[in-house]
Design a protein around this ligand. Structure first.
Ligand SMILES: [Zn+2]
Length: 579
């Protein structure tokens, strides 16, 4: 059974409309029900398939109390397939109430269970595969849910209920009708809050045949979620580690992107830099009918063409091992803020004990065995880098390594210094472009060393602390209270911070924040600036590299003092081949 399942998924992943990936469009039930005149619809759909090589469409049968009947579903399926576009089903498990944001179906009541069962059965009758849009969360607090929850936390109640509903209603119904069906769960990009709403990154990849990744980032400042752009890359890789070989693709949408079409495309670039095998565009009518987004399909076409060329040349993604257990919480999005500052991560849902550089944020402290695991890594010579939030969460247990603690005191800082003698002293005065608020980390002089510091009034506070432990080292990175304010650390501070991660990276970025870096195992490096202005940056190379070619503009860059320097244009991908 297991082998058959994997064979089917492997076959599906080889179905590509481009050389390196497939493109799919998600068609919500409301869009599908409007299709009556297929000739007129084809005229509209041309806007998408004449710009984008469309290989696949998800056809939804239920969302928010609206249904598509089997007859219409089959007609639309036939239409897409007559155009050479493969089809799968889709379900969005929400209710229609709009009184309180999005409302999930309530499975404590018969009605919610019946809707789910009916939607699953319809999909299994019509398709060999269907996907759950990322509304398969639980947020109902009705009287019946309160009664069934009992003494459990909401999180535990929802995890328990969802496990049962998935097994008993979804999988039994789907497999009972169509034993070979591929049932896909799409996980949202808000991975920090999964467990609170019943998403379970440990159990659900086992329950479902395959998974899918939401890579929507939209507008990091002015939209409701907290979404640094680097998420589109990070969450793809993170979910890949949760279901290796079964993460079928990444999914994004145009909403809250009209302020800047590049911000829309960036979701696609990053999804593909993370090596998604399929990109799903949400949603059909927004892309072919809504005047707000009519410019998006032609732009997508150009992006896919460009990326298809690059992806043929990029190896497997690599980066600094970032451990985040599936049930972690803490320092929401810290990896993504750091990713926006030129630190390339490769996330791991299991502790990466084989790695020589390991990054641990607050969420990693949720692992009850983390101290033992860190100890083993460092005794074997690893560099472990932790955040101030990790130290806070671990509390006294952190003192196994060194007596550093997270004090309740804060400091407002704007001037910085770095060490040039391994922490014996700090020197220089580097200005941030804005004052920021940082926690004061308590440490013991001469027991651990400040590699970077922020000046206060007749005082200074650590930004980076480091000491040895066994054959390895432990470093502590201070994260500002508002993580976005990390962007105000000056370039000199970033040089020290990025240096902590140097072990496993072929080249280090020298320059300010808001420049992303992606690294591949065939000596390829990508830089992408999210600054609004042109900025000169350098790549400091590992000794073995003597030649650098930048492929976007096809230019060999002179290597001077072990580094290459170039000016980055905002929102352009620079692809480097290191030799
Ligand atoms: Zn309820």
């Amino acid at each position: 059974m297991e082998k058959m399942k994997h064979k089917k998924i492997a076959e599906r992943m080889n179905r590509m409309s481009y050389q390196n990936f497939n493109v799919s469009v998600y068609c919500p039930v409301g869009n599908i029900n409007k299709i009556t005149d297929f000739e007129a619809f084809d005229e509209k759909l041309k806007h998408l398939y004449q710009n984008v090589k469309l290989g696949h469409a998800y056809l939804e049968c239920y969302r928010g109390m609206e249904w598509c009947d089997k007859e219409q579903l089959l007609k639309v399926k036939d239409f897409f397939e007559s155009k050479g576009i493969a089809t799968s089903g889709g379900i969005t498990t929400c209710d229609d109430s709009n009184n309180e944001g999005f409302v999930s179906l309530c499975y404590s009541k018969e009605k919610g269970q019946e809707i789910l069962k009916k939607a699953v059965a319809l999909n299994a009758e019509v398709f060999d595969e269907f996907i759950f849009d990322d509304f398969y969360f639980l947020n109902c607090r009705c009287e019946e849910c309160i009664r069934q929850k009992g003494d459990r936390s909401w999180s535990q109640f929802r995890l328990d209920q969802k496990k049962y509903i998935t097994e008993e209603i979804i999988m039994k119904t789907a497999k009972g009708i169509n034993p070979d069906i591929n049932v896909i769960i799409k996980f949202p990009q808000w991975y920090e809050d999964y467990n609170e709403t019943g998403y379970d990154l440990v159990m659900e990849p086992e329950q479902f045949d395959s998974i899918y990744t939401g890579t929507e980032t939209r507008n990091p400042t002015y939209s409701q979620q907290h979404l640094p752009k680097y998420i589109s890359y990070f969450v793809m890789r993170y979910l890949e580690s949760a279901a290796p070989g079964r993460n079928l693709g990444g999914w994004f949408d145009p909403y809250e992107c009209t302020y800047n079409i590049t911000s829309y495309l960036e979701q696609g670039y990053l999804t593909l830099f993370a090596k998604a095998k399929e990109v799903t565009l949400f949603c059909l009518d927004s892309l072919i009918k809504d005047s707000s987004f009519m410019a998006f399909a032609p732009a997508l076409g150009q992006m896919f063409k460009e990326m298809d060329d690059w992806l043929s040349q990029l190896g497997e993604p690599v980066g600094v091992a970032a451990y985040r257990p599936g049930y972690a919480r803490g320092e929401n999005n810290v990896h993504n803020y750091l990713g926006m500052c030129g630190i390339p991560f490769e996330p791991y849902i299991e502790y990466p004990k084989q790695e020589k550089v390991i990054f641990l944020a607050e969420g990693a402290a949720c692992d009850a065995d983390i101290v033992t695991k860190m100890k083993e890594s460092m005794l074997a010579g690893a560099d472990v880098i932790v955040t101030s939030g990790f130290v806070r969460k671990l509390g006294d247990a952190f003192k196994e390594f060194v007596n550093v603690s997270y004090s309740p005191r804060k400091a407002i800082v704007n001037e910085y210094a770095v060490t040039k003698d391994n922490g014996v002293s700090v020197s220089g005065r580097y200005m941030g472009d804005k004052q920021i608020l940082i926690p004061q980390m308590d440490y013991c002089t001469n027991d651990i060393w400040e590699l970077a510091a922020a000046y206060g009034t007749d005082n200074n506070f650590p930004i980076v602390l480091r000491c040895s432990y066994g054959k390895g080292r432990i470093s502590i990175l201070t994260i500002p209270d508002n993580m976005g304010e990390m962007y105000h650390y000056p370039a000199e501070i970033w040089k020290t911070i990025r240096g902590l991660f140097a072990g496993e990276i072929p080249a280090l970025l020298e320059g300010p924040s808001k420049i992303q870096m992606f690294v591949y195992d065939n000596d390829m490096v990508v830089l992408r600036s999210d600054l609004n202005y042109y900025e000169s940056v350098s790549l400091r190379l590992k000794d073995k590299y003597t030649k650098v070619t930048e492929l976007t503009y096809n230019k060999e860059l002179p290597v001077i003092d072990g580094k290459v320097t170039l000016q980055l244009t905002p929102a352009v991908n620079y692809i480097f081949k290191l030799q």
